[in-house]
Design a protein around this ligand. Structure first.
Ligand SMILES: Nc1ncnc2c1ncn2[C@@H]1O[C@H](COP(=O)(O)OP(=O)(O)OP(=O)(O)O)[C@@H](O)[C@H]1O
Length: 549
């Protein structure tokens, strides 16, 4: 534990107590050590008694910085867990974080461009258009083509702040791992490490620009998603320049209704987009909170999404993707045995798991969902519960699945906000079934063979040569193995011989010594001792020396 992390730890605790967030834990439910720790920090008191609890939580998160703001953003979409007031307050963390000094923004931009802003842009607006957890956004016009753009610039020292928080978190996780002991399957340190990679990745705007370009290309012909054009030549680690887009923030349901947006279609398109990104492209936007999503103002009867902030993108392995799709389908078909089997086959739970007990536990989680009205079923919640259940059965936490689960929760929260009756099953099922039919069966086989033709046509001429090389290698390997075996046998033989001689010599020496002290006639003692000495010398010299085979 470093001094910096102790300082930061104190700052976190101080902020929590100064905003009276400890009041959220009811006094008689708190464990004794919590009450004792609280009482020992008697000088830290709630300084914001005039504000509501939700407001205090928002302010505390805002004060604690990006890592906590991001947590608040995520929570704000969980309307199934939070009351309206809480969700409303936390939603403010999406793009209404207090701005930083524009002079600092200008300085950072010019440092990256290595030129004055005015040499490349006109109408640079000193007042930020928006200010979020990681960055601040200013508008301008690009001199070269006269188009409206936004300049997204990182907050000053954001990286140091995030690193300090992550360090504290990872130390906490290591401590937890030690408390949980060897063999625990939660792997908190690994989860934090993964979160670290993700969030630190977001601190490089050049990387974000490349992600945005890739996502834009994946959806160029789509009528469901638009990603703004990125001016890659003006993107740097701390600066990103892209097309300015206009739209209605997805959380502004009133404005969407006022312009007559087809909310049902929009909610369904959201689900489709999620599945297309995960299963078709294996490249999904993993930071889909409402602050990052706008809705088109044009043709509201056929609305599309505008996606921003491609800092956190997720991918799954082919195998995880396949298991996940099968898992969803098994779930739609209420095939709990298959779900249990899939968890084991995919290696998400240990192969020693009792399938029947696990199947029963899965059924307990899933079955009640089907008895609820549509608008009360939470897809993300089911997945969350499944993971929680599986944890009791020795699940290995898969960081990429945690990211996916988080995204699914976002999407669902969003869909429900837009269109409460959204039927997630009906929207997702045909998509998954089609995808699965492309993965298995004759069509999939044909596609795989077709995809591999260039590889095989490249490799085919090399095959005779490879066969001969392999045969030669095999023969050489056999020869080497035989030599090793011979050396080993020789070693064993020598070692046995030497041991036999040493033991016999020891017996002769002991007998000789006894005869020497007990007997009147001394010559048998001399013979025994001499023979014993000679045998010891021979045995010692014949020891095998080289243990390498
Ligand atoms: N191309 C754009 N056109 C118009 N407004 C934009 C554009 N890009 C960003 N914005 C505005 O800036 C806000 C912050 O942008 P963005 O979400 O990319 O920043 P961030 O710091 O990565 O935020 P987060 O807190 O989500 O990590 C957005 O919510 C949006 O209001």
């Amino acid at each position: 534990m470093t001094i910096a992390s102790i300082k930061r730890g104190y700052q976190v605790i101080k902020t929590i107590l100064n905003y009276g967030l400890d009041d959220l834990i009811s006094k008689h439910k708190a464990p004794w050590y919590f009450r004792m720790a609280r009482a020992s920090l008697f000088w830290l008191r709630n300084k914001h008694k005039d504000k509501t609890s939700a407001e205090r939580l928002k302010l505390a998160m805002q004060e604690l910085g990006p890592v906590y703001i991001k947590l608040g953003q995520m929570l704000s979409t969980r309307r199934d867990l939070l009351d309206d007031e809480w969700a409303y307050q936390l939603a403010m963390l999406q793009d209404r974080v207090p701005p930083f000094d524009s002079a600092l923004a200008r300085q950072a931009i010019e440092e990256e461009l290595k030129a004055p802003i005015e040499s490349l842009f006109d109408n640079f607006d000193e007042t930020p258009l928006a200010s979020a957890s990681i960055s601040q956004v200013h508008t301008a016009t690009l001199k070269s083509n006269g188009k409206e753009v936004v300049l997204k610039v990182l907050r000053p020292n954001v990286e140091q702040k995030i690193r300090a928080d992550l360090l504290m978190m990872s130390q906490g996780a290591n401590m937890l791992e030690r408390i949980l002991g060897e063999g625990n399957r939660l792997r908190p340190a690994e989860v934090i490490e993964d979160y670290q990679i993700t969030i630190l990745g977001e601190l490089n705007l050049k990387l974000e620009a490349l992600n945005a370009i890739k996502l834009r290309n994946n959806f160029l012909d789509s009528d469901a998603l638009y990603i703004p054009y990125v001016y890659e030549e003006h993107c740097y680690p701390r600066l990103m320049v892209m097309e300015r887009v206009y739209g209605i923030p997805v959380s502004d349901t009133d404005a969407l209704k006022a312009q007559g947006t087809n909310l049902k279609l929009l909610a369904e398109r959201g689900v489709e987009l999620f599945f297309t990104q995960v299963f078709r492209d294996n490249f999904f936007h993993a930071d889909m909170h409402p602050g990052n999503i706008f809705i088109s103002e044009e043709h509201p009867e056929n609305p599309y999404y505008i996606g921003l902030d491609c800092g956190i993108m997720g991918t799954l392995t082919e195998q995880d993707k396949r298991y996940l799709a099968e898992n969803f389908l098994a779930f739609f078909n209420r095939d709990y045995h298959r779900i249990a089997q899939l968890y084991i086959e995919s290696g998400w739970v240990s192969e020693n798991t009792d399938v029947l007990a696990f199947e029963q536990a899965v059924k307990v989680v899933c079955e009640p969902m089907f008895n609820k009205p549509l608008d009360e079923i939470s897809f993300g919640h089911v997945l969350l519960e499944l993971f929680r259940t599986a944890r009791q059965f020795d699940i290995v936490v898969q960081p990429q699945l945690v990211l996916l689960e988080k995204t699914l929760l976002y999407i669902e929260g969003l869909g429900r906000q837009l269109y409460p009756q959204l039927d997630l099953w009906q929207t997702a099922k045909p998509f998954l079934e089609e995808w699965m039919s492309e993965q298995v069966g004759p069509k999939a086989m044909y596609n795989k063979v077709k995809a591999n033709i260039p590889y095989w046509s490249d490799k085919l001429p090399e095959i005779p040569e490879l066969v001969i090389d392999n045969l030669k290698m095999g023969r050489k390997l056999l020869g080497t193995q035989q030599q090793m075996l011979d050396r080993y046998l020789n070693f064993q033989q020598k070692s046995h011989k030497s041991q036999y001689l040493l033991i016999t010599s020891a017996v002769l020496l002991i007998c000789g010594t006894i005869l020497f002290t007990q007997s009147v006639t001394l010559w048998p003692a001399y013979v025994s001792i001499s023979l014993g000495t000679v045998l010891w010398l021979v045995g010692w010299r014949s020891r095998p020396k080289n243990r390498k085979f």
